[in-house]
Ligand binder design. Structure first.
Ligand code: GDP
Ligand code: MG
Length: 358
C-alpha cells in the first residue's frame, strides 16, 4: 500500500516540524489508518468484532513502524566509534543508548498490549465490549507513546546530527586540519581537497566537521576541516569539542595551521600553546605545522613551512609533507568481533587512526 505508507511518514514528520511532540504525529497517523478499516463478515456482530480488531492491529502496526523508523539509523551497521564519541560528547554519555532501550521496551509493550486486546476481543460478545477494547488499547497506546516522547525527540536530534557529520572510512587516512579560529583552515582545505567549505573573515564560520577528498597518491585521502579551537578546554563550545574530538580520535595526521600575522584576531603565543598541548597529549599522532597567510607576513628564521591559500605558495610542499607523514600508513585491522551492532565503517573497534600510523 504505497499511498498510505507515504501519508503516515509525511504525517509523522509534519508534526515534528510544527514542534508538536513526536507522539502526537504518530498517533494521528495510527488512528487515521485504523479508521479506514472496512470489515467484511456474515453478521453485524462479526463485522463489528472484525472492525475493532482491525483498529487495534492497524494502529499498533503503524505505531510500531514509526518507532522502527526512529531507531533505524542506530541499527546495523549503527554508528562508528568516532560518531559515538561525538554523540556522547554532544548529548551526554549513554544518552542515545538509553533512549534506544526505552523505545525497544515500548515496542514490546505495544506488541503485548495488541495481542492481549485481540484475545479479549475473541472472547467478547457485544459491540460495547468491542468498543471498550479499542478504547482501552488506544488509551494505553497513547500513554506508552507519550512516555517515550523525550526519547523520540533525542533520537531525531542525534540522527540529524550524525547525518550532518562526515562518514569517515577506515580504508583511507584522515588528515585533520586544525588550529585557532579564522587562521585559514577552511581556505587550505578548499585548496587541498574536493571540499568547498564556507570561508569568511570571522571566527566560527565552520561549526561542524566537514570532509573533502584528495588524491595524494592514496585512493581516497580524507581531509577534515574542523571548527577553530581556542584551547580553553574546560570552557570549550560544542564546535570546539568536535574539533578536539577529531584531532584526538580521527586524525592519522594533523595539519596544524598557525597564523603568524595574527590577522585571525588571536595572539601567536596562544596558538602555540594549543599546539604544544595537543602534541603532548597525542604523542603518537604526527603533526605537520604550517604558517599560513605567507602573502601577508612571512616570519624570518622560522623552520616551519610557510603557505598561502591566497597565492598558492607552499601548497605543493605541504602536499609532499602530508604524503611523507602518511608514507607508512596501513589500514587498521578489521574489528575483532562482529557482535551484530558494530558498523562496517570507520573506527568501530575504538582505535584512533593515528594510533596505527606509527
Ligand atoms: N591574505 C590571506 N588571507 C587568508 C589566507 N587564508 C585565509 N585567509 C582569510 O582569512 C579569513 C579566514 O579564513 P578561513 O579559511 O575561513 O579560516 P578558518 O576559520 O580557519 O577556517 C578569510 O577572510 C580568508 O579569506 C591566506 O593565505 N592569505
Ligand atoms: Mg573554517
Amino acid at each position: 500500500m504505497p499511498a498510505s505508507k507515504g501519508r503516515e511518514d509525511r504525517g509523522a514528520s509534519r508534526g515534528a516540524l510544527r514542534g508538536a511532540p513526536p507522539s502526537s504525529a504518530i498517533l494521528d497517523a495510527a488512528f487515521h489508518k485504523a479508521h479506514k478499516a472496512t470489515p467484511h463478515g456474515e453478521t453485524h456482530l462479526d463485522r463489528s468484532r472484525l472492525r475493532a480488531k482491525l483498529k487495534i492491529v492497524r494502529s499498533g502496526a503503524v505505531t510500531l513502524r514509526q518507532l522502527r523508523l526512529a531507531t533505524q539509523p542506530f541499527r546495523r551497521p549503527g554508528l562508528s566509534d568516532f560518531e559515538r564519541l561525538l554523540v556522547a560528547r554532544r548529548f551526554g554519555a549513554g544518552a542515545y543508548e538509553r533512549a534506544l532501550r526505552r523505545l525497544q521496551r515500548a515496542e514490546s509493550r505495544i506488541r503485548g498490549l495488541s495481542q492481549e486486546e485481540q484475545r479479549r476481543l475473541r472472547r467478547a460478545s457485544s459491540t460495547e465490549q468491542f468498543g471498550e477494547s479499542v478504547r482501552r488499547f488506544y488509551g494505553r497506546l497513547a500513554s506508552f507513546l507519550r512516555e517515550v516522547d523525550p526519547d523520540l525527540s533525542l533520537l531525531r536530534e542525534v540522527s540529524s546530527f550524525v547525518r550532518d557529520r562526515p562518514r569517515l572510512t577506515r580504508d583511507a587516512p584522515v588528515v585533520v586540519v586544525a588550529g585557532f579560529p579564522n587562521v585559514g583552515k577552511s581556505s587550505l582545505v578548499a585548496k587541498l581537497s574536493s571540499a568547498r567549505p564556507r570561508i569568511a573573515d570571522h571566527p566560527f564560520t565552520t561549526l561542524a566537521l566537514q570532509v573533502g577528498h584528495a588524491d595524494l597518491g592514496f585512493d581516497r585521502l580524507q581531509i577534515l576541516d574542523t571548527p577553530g579551537v581556542l584551547g580553553r578546554r574546560h570552557r570549550a563550545n560544542p564546535a570546539e569539542v568536535e574539533a578536539e574530538t577529531a584531532v584526538e580520535r580521527a586524525a592519522t595526521v594533523v595539519v596544524f595551521v598557525v597564523d603568524p600575522s595574527e590577522r585571525c584576531g588571536y595572539p601567536l603565543v596562544e596558538q602555540e600553546a594549543l599546539l604544544e598541548r595537543w602534541r603532548s597529549e597525542l604523542p603518537v599522532v604526527p603533526f605537520v605545522v604550517v604558517e599560513t597567510k605567507a602573502d601577508l607576513l612571512k616570519r624570518s628564521g622560522s623552520e616551519r613551512l610557510a603557505v598561502s591559500a591566497t597565492t598558492g605558495e607552499g601548497l605543493d610542499e605541504l602536499r609532499e609533507r602530508i604524503q611523507e607523514a602518511l608514507r607508512d600508513w596501513q589500514p587498521p585491522p578489521p574489528p575483532p568481533s562482529a557482535d551484530g551492532d558494530t558498523g562496517t565503517e570507520a573506527f568501530e573497534d575504538g582505535s584512533a587512526a593515528g594510533e596505527t600510523a606509527k
